[in-house]
Design a protein around this ligand. Structure first.
Ligand code: PLP
Length: 383
């Protein structure tokens, strides 16, 4: 099997799985209990927070609240922030957890404005400048698009937003960028940042919201007051420790992995374009393959339905996605439509997403298989 759907989830590192197993069986104590073993668990949690902040350059001024997913972390920050201001700005291409939560408030009469994307899927800076008025108190923009890999200039966004309204709170969903591109909280200067474990070779069921210590954060889940009162519920210590183990492993080699995955992606794009041209297929890349995350590639062959191609590739042992897995129940594709893609282009979309291990595969063989199946199922070249 060749797994090219790493933006939806990744295989858990064996060393992280070992840590989880040991914690579940041997160090299973509830950190809120009063005996010594519980205190040890609390200390492990505090060290886990420190490790995350170290990797993000946020030690001292930021805190970490662990959640059950990035979806929950996004819901937490929006429910705490969005109904407190005259207006809010949200990226059009945000993950469904941000879009659906913001729509919930929009339907209650809260002013939410969606910032358009440019033709490569990034936040349109000119439009952002127009929309960012002194009324806007909350901004939520993703670092890396889960659909196209487009990278937003978050540092510019925060700087511009704060120059217009110094009190504005900025949230960045960094799920697809964390441990894949270097992130420095001090230079991004965002108030909130979301990360997810299972996207970076950690276990499923853990996410985190990193927040500036002085930024307001009202809990959504109430109960025993865990996570400094920001998220009640017994902490998932085993998986949190597994998550941190994966972070440590991946954050060591961010730049090296970036370069090798980029070389793989560019070779794949080159071969896909070459083989498509040879057989007269209309090959489309959604976004700018050179200036985006190397881990995500959104493509299509006009006249070949993305979903048909996906299942055809599955039969050959190659697993890919059609857009975001969290979006797969909705037809269309908000991000591609916002980029100005035609209906035929959107319908042809498949998403290939890579891990640092994907580079051991042969991009030319993969491109050959994809193009040959795209041709077989194409309804423009058959006639
Ligand atoms: N944000 C982005 C950009 C994502 O790609 C995803 C998952 O696809 C999420 C949030 C949600 O992550 P989780 O599965 O941890 O809820």
């Amino acid at each position: 099997m060749i797994f090219l759907d790493n933006a939806s989830t990744t295989k858990c590192l064996e060393s992280s799985a070992e840590i989880i197993k040991n914690e579940l069986i041997n160090d299973f104590f509830n950190p809120s209990a009063k005996y010594n073993q519980a205190l040890t668990q609390t200390r492990k949690l505090e060290t886990a927070r420190e490790e995350i902040l170290k990797v993000l350059g946020g030690l001292g001024s930021y805190s970490v609240a662990f959640t059950g997913s990035a979806t929950e972390a996004n819901n937490l920050v929006l429910s705490s922030s969005i109904n407190k201001h005259k207006a809010n700005l949200i990226g059009t291409g945000e993950h469904s957890s941000v879009i659906e939560k913001s729509k919930f408030y929009l339907n209650k009469g809260i002013k939410v404005v969606y910032v358009p994307l440019n033709d490569v899927g990034e936040i349109d800076k000119d439009k952002f400048k127009e929309l960012m008025t002194s009324e806007v108190g909350f901004v939520s923009i993703m670092l890396v698009s889960n659909e196209t890999g487009a990278i937003n200039d978050v540092q510019w966004i925060t700087k511009f937003a704060k120059s217009v309204n110094p009190k504005v709170l900025v949230h960045v969903d960094a799920v697809q960028g964390f441990c894949k591109i270097k992130i420095n909280l001090k230079s991004l200067d965002v108030d909130y940042l979301t990360i997810s474990s299972h996207k970076i070779e950690g276990p499923k069921g853990v996410g985190a919201l990193v927040y500036k210590k002085q930024a307001k954060l009202e809990p959504e889940i109430l109960g025993g007051g865990q996570e400094n009162g920001k998220r009640s519920g017994t902490e998932n210590v085993p998986s949190i420790l597994g998550f941190v183990n994966s972070i440590k492993e991946l954050s060591n080699d961010i730049d090296k992995n970036f370069e090798s995955v980029k070389a793989f992606k560019l070779k794949l794009v080159e071969d896909l374009a070459k083989f498509s041209a040879n057989v007269g297929l209309d090959f489309v890349v959604n976004g700018d393959p050179e200036n985006s995350s190397p881990y995500i590639l959104s493509i299509g062959f006009v006249g070949t339905k993305g979903e048909v191609l996906l299942h055809s590739l599955e039969r050959e042992g190659i697993l890919v996605g059609t857009g975001s897995a969290c979006n797969s129940k909705h037809s269309g594709n908000r991000t591609l439509e916002a980029m100005g893609k035609t209906k035929a282009e959107v319908e042809s979309n498949i998403r290939l997403s890579f891990s640092r291990d994907t580079v051991t595969e042969d991009p030319t063989e993969i491109a050959k298989t994809i193009v040959s199946l795209a041709q077989r199922h194409n309804n423009t070249t058959k006639r």
